[in-house]
Design a binder for this molecule. Structure first.
Ligand SMILES: [Fe+2]
Length: 325
């Protein structure tokens, strides 16, 4: 029997259903909304049965948006995502779409984390970057795979996930390895985390932003820095802080110049700009790959805003060879 609880809905958060798997222990509380009341359908310590899985899967699509977990179980949920990540990565028989599957899980991790930031959940989410860097290192053909999947699905998933995918592929392509690789992937994962402190009505506004709204959006770099610093991720914090600075001093928040900005931050920034131009946005049409690169050459490279060597490598990574280097 389902338990009816007087739990406050603010203690709950939605989760995507596709990762629920009866093979994993799933030591979390799961709820379905019944009117305004969350009904518990699985408690901690109770086996996640095939029947329950089927029941959740068979919900109508609008009801599927009503499956929740307790916010106290977020860390455990990310831990489950990480186990699935490891299972895919360590499998001897990796499916062809492993790269896409890995990023689907990472998207879930980000989505879950961004709704409920805590020390534990940030720490748990950072592990997924470590696993991803190991996967990239064990897969020498990764830049080909990255490019293939980017062409196929860059427009379908969310911004952060796309930027992380680009940073992962590009960093491996230019030979970044081991801890440095894991760190830059984690930085890409967290680069926009400060946006959780920006009101939704500004963040999701479909029309043009006013000057005041734009000023508020710009604060996400400082917010991100503060969140990550507080959570013992000082290097990731530095990238969140500087990923909108330009080498000519025209960026924000501190108008840094040249080498005042780290190479890692410049890498994340180039991938960030490219994704912003090619990903689907509600307020404009997205550009196809090479049109985006042409625009980056005109608006950023020719104007001295982004670093030549890194940008040239990025063009090589995307097989673009129409520019003299
Ligand atoms: Fe940003």
């Amino acid at each position: 029997m389902d338990k009816i609880l007087n739990e406050n809905i603010s203690n709950m958060q939605l989760i995507p259903l596709d990762l629920l798997n009866e093979e994993n222990s799933l030591n979390i509380r799961i709820y379905i909304m019944s009117g305004n009341i969350p009904k518990m359908v699985k408690d901690i310590g109770v086996h996640f049965s095939k029947d329950l899985k089927n029941r959740l899967m068979n919900l109508s699509s609008s009801d599927k948006n009503k499956v929740l977990i307790n916010k106290d179980d977020v860390k455990e949920y990310i831990n489950i995502c990480n186990s699935m990540l490891l299972k895919i990565i360590n499998s001897n028989d990796r499916p062809k779409d492993t790269f896409t599957q890995v990023f689907d899980i990472l998207e879930t991790v980000y989505d879950t984390l961004s709704k409920n930031i805590s020390k534990e959940s940030i720490k748990e989410a950072s592990k997924s970057s470590e696993y991803l860097s190991k996967f990239l290192e064990s897969n020498p053909k990764i830049s080909e795979v990255t490019i293939a999947t980017l062409k196929k699905d860059l427009n379908t998933s969310i911004h952060v996930n796309n930027v992380q995918k680009l940073v992962a592929g590009f960093s491996s392509f230019i030979g970044i390895k081991a801890k440095s690789l894991s760190f830059i992937i984690n930085s890409a994962f967290f680069h926009d985390i400060g946006k959780i402190n920006i009101p939704d009505e500004i963040l999701k506004k479909s029309g043009k932003l006013t000057d005041d709204e734009y000023k508020i959006i710009k604060k996400h770099t400082t917010f991100g820095y503060e969140i990550l610093k507080k959570n013992n991720l000082p290097q990731e914090a530095e990238i969140a802080f500087t990923h909108h600075e330009f080498i000519d001093g025209s960026g924000y928040p501190n108008q840094l110049k040249g080498n005042e900005i780290s190479t890692d931050s410049k890498i994340v920034q180039i991938c960030d700009i490219y994704e912003a131009l090619t990903g689907i946005r509600s307020y404009r049409n997205s550009l196809v790959n090479f049109a985006a690169l042409e625009l980056m050459i005109q608006d950023f490279f020719n104007r001295g805003k982004i670093e030549k060597n890194i940008f040239m490598d990025f063009l090589k990574f995307l097989n673009y060879n129409k520019i003299e280097s």
